[in-house]
Design a binder for this molecule. Structure first.
Ligand SMILES: *Cc1c(COP(=O)(O)O)cnc(C)c1O
Length: 403
């Protein structure tokens, strides 16, 4: 297998070469103005990203992890409380909950969408919790903690079923912070409101990451919170900047969580291309689906509910012979990933609280079967054909073994 013949899991080079001149000029501008942190470049990007998400406010930050943490803190999560999320996500989701002083508690996912199962959420709130008579909030019987927020994750670029989640949140007086770190530009059709809503506009606040591999990536670390709540926005502006609204007047302790001007400028160059790149990802996903169907559906392809317009941050298939398939594809120079191989509740980092969470059977089952195939806007049809042919060839070899 020659280097040229290899199929990367992700191509982060081509989109940057296409925009090289514009990107480089951002550096030159920053150097001539010595504008490195905050300032007009950050405000400009914040305004435009808020526009994309159809929200009033966007606050640029240094990472998606801090975006989740600050959003939770600004939404009122207090130390000692619990926050409900899913075990099938990147650990940043639960790190941010812990860093906000709360304990993550888990509900299981839906087997088809891999996102939070609203029925499991309902069951947890109604059968595993008592109600605090003063606040109406659930108190987890497992932990004795008050639950104050829910963090649905729009995993792989597909929106979680927000109507049901928001309704349960309202009934139980819970804040909702969307983890939209993989879903820039995705849309959700609210049957309740009868219209499409942008991911990032549905909770009290939403967190985005601009880590280089995300659908909208900086050339380094960056993140943001979006919200329609002026108070939340103001609190996050203070949290990111040492708790000050005015220089050296610290109303509280905060963090150094600001967005670099250079990263904001680079993101601003890339932002006008996001909708087109997302559309290209959707087309690549549809093409994969058709190719797999023609090849006899040797793997389970992603399911997209009618109310979802996902942005395919990842194209995730499922098969029982996942590890063997990875080795087979690797032999043919095809890069793959697993998102994620070990559910969070089974990670070593959480060994001390594992007994609190118990079993989450759907997550545990799919973690051994999910496989992320090459997916990026510049993926070519020829390459997709090779990937699907390789999966079909693999299926034939395993058939022969079992016959
Ligand atoms: C990437 C990611 C984060 C964290 O973002 P960083 O910018 O890397 O800190 C949080 N949640 C999810 C689901 C992510 O994919």
């Amino acid at each position: 297998m020659t280097q040229e013949n290899k199929i990367p899991f992700l191509d982060l080079i081509t989109p940057h070469l296409e925009l090289e001149e514009e990107l480089v000029s951002v550096f030159r501008q920053a150097l001539t103005k010595a504008a490195f942190v905050g300032g007009a470049a950050v405000e400009n990007f914040e305004r435009n990203f808020a526009g994309l998400c159809e929200v009033e406010y966007c606050i640029g930050l240094n990472s998606g992890t801090d975006a989740v943490r600050f959003a939770l803190m600004a939404a009122g999560v207090q130390a000692g409380e619990s926050v409900i999320t899913v075990p099938n996500t990147f650990i940043a989701t639960t790190e941010a909950i812990s860093q906000a002083g709360a304990l993550p508690e888990f509900v299981d996912i839906e087997e088809q969408t891999y996102n939070m199962n609203p029925e499991k959420l309902r069951e947890y709130l109604q059968t595993a919790c008592d109600t605090d008579q003063k606040t109406g909030r659930p108190i987890s019987r497992r932990t004795g903690r008050t639950i104050s927020a829910i963090v649905p994750v729009h995993l792989y670029g597909q929106p979680a079923d927000m109507d049901a989640i928001l309704q349960l949140a309202q009934a139980h007086n819970l804040a909702v912070v969307e983890d939209a770190c993989q879903a820039h530009g995705a849309e959700y059709f609210s049957r309740k409101l009868g219209r499409w809503r942008k991911v990032g506009s549905m909770g009290q606040a939403a967190a985005f990451s601009f880590y280089p591999g995300k659908n909208l990536g900086a050339c380094g670390e960056a993140g943001a919170v979006t919200t329609n709540d002026a108070g939340v926005a103001q609190k996050i502006r203070m949290l990111r900047d040492h708790g000050q609204a005015k220089k050296y007047f610290h109303d509280m302790e905060g963090y150094n969580g600001r967005l670099d001007a250079i990263q904001a400028g680079l993101l601003q160059v890339k932002l006008p291309h996001l909708t087109k790149w997302n559309q290209q990802r959707r087309e690549r996903a549809a093409k994969y689906n058709r190719l797999f169907e023609k090849a006899g559906n040797t793997v389970i392809t992603p399911f997209e509910p009618s109310w979802s317009r996902g942005v395919y941050h990842l194209y995730v298939v499922r098969t029982k012979d996942r590890n063997e398939l990875i080795a087979f594809l690797n032999e043919r120079g095809i890069g793959t990933g697993i998102h994620y191989p070990i559910p969070l509740h089974l990670q070593k980092a959480y060994a001390s609280v594992r007994n609190v969470w118990g079993h989450l059977p759907v997550t545990e089952k799919v973690a051994g079967e999910i496989l992320s195939l090459p997916m990026f806007p510049h993926l070519s049809v020829e390459v997709q054909v090779r990937v699907v042919e390789a999966c079909a060839d693999f299926a034939r070899t395993t058939d022969e073994v079992t016959v």
